[in-house]
Design a protein around this ligand. Structure first.
Ligand SMILES: Cc1cc2nc3c(=O)[nH]c(=O)nc-3n(C[C@H](O)[C@H](O)[C@H](O)COP(=O)(O)O)c2cc1C
Length: 265
C-alpha cells in the first residue's frame, strides 16, 4: 500500500472477527514500532504482545470495561520506561519526550497493521495500575496505550477531520490563506482526491437526482478538472522558464546552450 493511502485508510476499529492474526504480521507491527524516532534515540519503549484470552479480557476490563477489545486476538501494550529519558532530559524527558516517543511508535504500529489488512484501535482510556497488575509490570514503567489488533468485517467508518484551512497557518499563528486549495495546487494528490470525492457524490446521488442530471454533473466536474490541470501545467511551465532563465544567467548564454550531442560526449 502506498504510504499516503495507508494513512488515509487507517481507522479506529472496534469490531473484530474470529480470524487469527498471523504471527509474522504481528512481528512486522512490532518492528514498525521499533523503527519509530525517539529523543536522542533512547528508544524508551517496551512492547507486550498479549495473546492470552484471560489476560485480554482482563485488559478490556481495565480499559473502563471496553469489552469489545477482548475479541481482538492480539493486544499490543506499549509501555514507556522513562528512566533513560529522565536521566538525559530531566523533567521535559519524563513529562513530554517519553510520551511523544511512545506515541510515534504507536502510530507506526497502527499504520503497519493497516498496511497488512488488519484492523486496530489506539486505546488510551484505562486504569494504569490495573493494566500493570494484569501484565506483572513494575511500578517505574507506565502503560501508554493498548492496541487491539485483528481482522474485521466492519466497513471503515467515515473519515471525520477538520478542514486544512481551519487548522493550518502559514508563517505565523493565525496566518490564514484566503484560497488554500489554490496554494496547494501543486499537490496533485489533494486535487485528485477532491475530484474523486465530487464524482463519488454525483454517482451516489444519481438515483435521486436522475441519470441525466448526474451525467451533466460529471461532465461539469471533468471540465473543472481540465481547468485545474491547465492551471497546474501553466504554473509548471512558468517555473521551468524561470529556472532556465536563472540557469542561463548563471552560466552565461553560450555555455547554457549545450546540445544533446555535446552532452553525451
Ligand atoms: C490518545 C488516544 C486515546 C484513545 N483512546 C481510545 C479509547 O480508549 N477507546 C476508543 O475506542 N478509542 C480511543 N481512541 C481512538 C479515537 O477515538 C479515534 O482515533 C478518533 O475518534 C478518530 O477516529 P479514527 O481513528 O477512526 O480516525 C484514542 C485515540 C487516541 C489518539
Amino acid at each position: 500500500m502506498e504510504t499516503f493511502e495507508c494513512i488515509e485508510n487507517r481507522r479506529s476499529v472496534r469490531d473484530f472477527n474470529d480470524t487469527p492474526v498471523e504471527w509474522e504480521k504481528v512481528g512486522n507491527i512490532l518492528r514498525a514500532g521499533q523503527l519509530a524516532p525517539s529523543t536522542g534515540n533512547v528508544q524508551d519503549w517496551r512492547f507486550i504482545a498479549v495473546t492470552d484470552k484471560t489476560k485480554r479480557a482482563a485488559l478490556a476490563n481495565a480499559s473502563l470495561k471496553q469489552h469489545w477489545m477482548a475479541k481482538a486476538p492480539v493486544i499490543i501494550v506499549v509501555y514507556s520506561d522513562p528512566k533513560s529519558t529522565q536521566r538525559f532530559y530531566g523533567l521535559r524527558g519524563e513529562k513530554l519526550y517519553t510520551i511523544q516517543n511512545c506515541a510515534a511508535a504507536i502510530e507506526n504500529m497502527l499504520l503497519a497493521a493497516t498496511d497488512q489488512g488488519l484492523a486496530s484501535c489506539w486505546v488510551g482510556a484505562f486504569d494504569e495500575e490495573m493494566v500493570s497488575k494484569v501484565l506483572g509490570a513494575p511500578t517505574d514503567v507506565r502503560p501508554q496505550a493498548l492496541i487491539p489488533i485483528g481482522y474485521t468485517d466492519a466497513k471503515p467508518g467515515e473519515l471525520k477531520r477538520n478542514r486544512l484551512v481551519d487548522i493550518v497557518y502559514i508563517n505565523s499563528w493565525n496566518g490564514k490563506v484566503v484560497n488554500f486549495d489554490l496554494l496547494m495546487d501543486d499537490f496533485s494528490e489533494v486535487m485528485r482526491n477532491k475530484i474523486n470525492e465530487a464524482v463519488d457524490t454525483v454517482t451516489e446521488k444519481a438515483p435521486s437526482v436522475g441519470e441525466s442530471i448526474a451525467v451533466k454533473g460529471k461532465e461539469k466536474i471533468k471540465a473543472i478538472h481540465a481547468k485545474i490541470k491547465g492551471h497546474i501545467e501553466k504554473r509548471r511551465k512558468k517555473k521551468e522558464e524561470q529556472f532556465e532563465a536563472e540557469f542561463k544567467e548563471e552560466l552565461g548564454d553560450e555555455d547554457a546552450d549545450i546540445s544533446d550531442e555535446e552532452d553525451l560526449e
